[in-house]
Design a binder for this molecule. Sequence first.
Ligand code: ADP
Ligand code: MG
Length: 284
Amino acid sequence: MSEAMSELAVSGLYAAVDGHEILRGVGVTVRSGEVHALMGPNGSGKSTLSHVLMGRGDYDVTAGSVTLDGEELLGLPTWQRARVGLFLAMQYPTEVPGVGLEDFLAAATGENENGDEDGDGDLSVRITEEAARLGIPDEFLTRGVNVEFSGGEKKRNETLQLAVLRPKIAVLDEIDSGLDIDALRDISRRVEAMTHEDGLGVLAITHYARLLTELRPDRVHILMAGRIVASGGPELADQLEESGYDGLASELGVEELAVEGPVQRSTDEDPFGDPTAGALPFEV
Ligand code: ADP
Ligand code: MG
């Protein structure tokens, strides 16, 4: 690993949405080359953590700090956090009609058609190479980003962006959801290679242990009701697989698994929200 050592340090992080406290003192440190798994039941605050780390506006951070290589990220706009080296693969990737992947990534990297400002290779060549490596057909590169992509295609596409952008630390929010076994393996292999080759540090959020059979974590953390209630090695994921979240909670003496937020909004109001939440199966 040739890159300098990086460190994302989250400590004592509290955050609320519309006055409802969701994160209640989260602390975790991820360094270059490490894979940390953050597991927790539905509603425990996993996606909230990912959004707060990336600086989404509708969460109020009430205490704590988030630093990347010593630089405080809280208070910075999302694009600056990205420039400092943080990347988020969203649980529900947003569709960007009318914008193809190359323009999208050119905007993100600051490279334009005339130049290659950071001098690390032609963007379209890198995109094509990564697409081949991830099994993404060329036609997906010219369509609007994520538009009419299946769940699995969106996750491959998030991974492609990650590989092209080469952040220091990546937060992957349920990168395994909606994936078949082959896609899960392809994505995990690509992410794992980045940890070895580029020194990428990973915080992989998931509620299934199956991701961790492909993307082997160095550390496993369990989030319940907005707090990390246990941290350990990969054996903690095995213990969870055996006991389930309820069982593990009673083994740990934890009473509350999920936090109650305000009613989940649908994607009509919230472009980052769960597209299935709030959708009625009939017309009203
Ligand atoms: P997880 O990803 O672990 O399933 P989330 O972080 O998505 O959990 O949600 C935790 C709680 O916070 C839930 O009750 C959810 O409805 C609420 N919540 C999270 N983000 C928002 C938001 N932007 N608006 C309203 N409620 C939210
Ligand atoms: Mg989530």
